[in-house]
Design a protein around this ligand. Structure first.
Ligand code: SF4
Length: 400
């Protein structure tokens, strides 16, 4: 047996669900780099996560997660994708002359950085936070994760593990990676239907002519009510026992509204399979890896090719209703996970669409990146690119 393919156990402790023992296969780092290259970073602060499951028709079904913990690989892969050399730092940016005000981007950011990957919902929210910071991140790489970011990431992993059993599987092609993602959606949506709860559900859909991807933190669905409507929930962790500022809350609301928008789009059966294969450069007739075929079969949907899995995905979508108009943001203290507060708010379709349109103007190259507005300049004090950003090197810089 190849050392990178050995099988290990990973029993779940303290899980509220009865999760069977499942063998785990280790994915090699090269393969995970392939996955990362194919997938959009739906959760920038988390390792990539691909989810499978068993017993799709059972009310006691559990989910498995096929994942990697090679965050350094994913980081470098993204760097390579963006055309940047490895090891860039803020100092490199200073050396590169990136402080010139005029945009140095020769084509749209969408084409350059998200071709065959799709735009992540976190790309939208990061752009809403500061477009210039988003542009810096794309061009020069993500700043190192802070302790707080890692703590937030760890908390999400813990929450996910309460309802999902993770395993690692071998993928041999980009089609396999996408197959896993679709399989995770099918299994997660079954878990939602039968257990009333799922977490880290991956999404992909064509929205306003742009392929978007993301992962919903949590979906809840009443098991007994006559009208069963899924509710979207997102948990944010806080270093201090305070609620976030209005711009942070606005950003969180935007994220959840985007997920509802994407979810509603997918369950309306508007998933254009041919365009999906075309955009992501996938061969629909690709025979999926043995692992995927095996897990899909044991989960109740036997498949052979990626096209088969897309058909199952579309069928699963048809069983799902649109999400509830009320959305919930939870704020937890990182130290003890105590609840600091909840923000329940209504979905605002017009506001969301205007936000997405505005964001796409930037991503599609219809205008240059904006800096944070004057009243939100405090963001610059915690920005890793502050020392090289024109807004701080010129008193006359735009704040539009
Ligand atoms: S310094 Fe301010 S305006 Fe410049 S990228 Fe950072 S947050 Fe945006």
């Amino acid at each position: 047996m190849n050392p990178s393919d050995h099988i290990i156990d990973s029993p779940i402790k303290s899980s509220p669900y009865n999760v069977p023992e499942i063998p785990i296969e280790i994915v090699s780092e090269e393969e995970m780099a392939l996955i990362e290259a194919a997938f959009t970073a739906t959760r920038s602060s988390l390792p990539s996560s691909f989810i499978s499951s068993s017993a799709s028709s059972s009310s006691s079904q559990s989910r498995l997660s096929l994942f990697s913990s090679v965050s350094s690989i994913s980081f470098h892969s993204k760097r390579r994708l963006s055309g940047c050399s490895e090891g860039n730092t803020v100092r490199d940016i200073e050396d590169s002359g990136a402080t010139q005000k005029k945009s140095i981007v020769p084509q749209s950011l969408l084409d350059r950085f998200r071709r065959r990957r799709g735009l992540a919902i976190t790309d939208l929210t990061a752009s809403e936070w500061c477009e210039k910071q988003m542009e810096f991140t794309l061009l020069y790489g993500k700043p190192r994760r802070t302790k707080a970011m890692k703590a937030g990431s760890d908390r999400h992993t813990k929450l996910e593990e309460e309802v999902i059993k993770k395993i690692k599987v071998q993928v041999k092609a980009v089609e396999d990676a996408w197959g896993l993602k679709l399989m995770n959606f099918i299994v997660g949506s079954n878990q939602l239907l039968f257990e009333g709860l799922t977490r880290e559900l991956p999404l992909v859909g064509l929205v306003d002519g742009v392929w978007m991807v993301g992962a919903i933190d949590e979906l809840r669905m009443p098991l007994t009510e006559e009208i069963r409507t899924p509710s979207l929930v997102d948990t944010k962790t806080r270093v201090k026992a305070t609620l976030p500022s209005e711009p942070q809350q606005r950003n969180g609301r935007l994220q959840l509204m985007c997920y509802k928008y994407l979810w509603d789009n997918i369950v309306a059966d508007s998933f254009p399979a041919d365009r999906f294969f075309d955009f992501f450069g996938l061969n629909p007739h690709h025979v999926l890896s043995e692992d995927i075929i095996e897990h899909a079969t044991s989960s109740g949907f036997p498949v052979k090719t990626l096209e088969d899995l897309v058909t199952c995905f579309r069928n699963a979508c048809c069983l799902l209703p649109p999400a509830h108009d009320q959305l919930l943001l939870r704020y937890e203290l990182q130290g003890d996970h105590s609840l600091l507060g909840e923000d329940q708010f209504a979905y605002e379709s017009d506001w969301l669409k205007s936000q997405i349109q505005c964001c796409l103007e930037f991503w599609m190259g219809n205008r240059e990146a904006r800096y944070v507005p004057a009243e939100e300049r405090w963001k610059c004090r915690i920005c890793k690119f502050a020392s090289v950003c024109p807004t701080n090197t010129s008193t006359n810089s735009s704040s539009s």
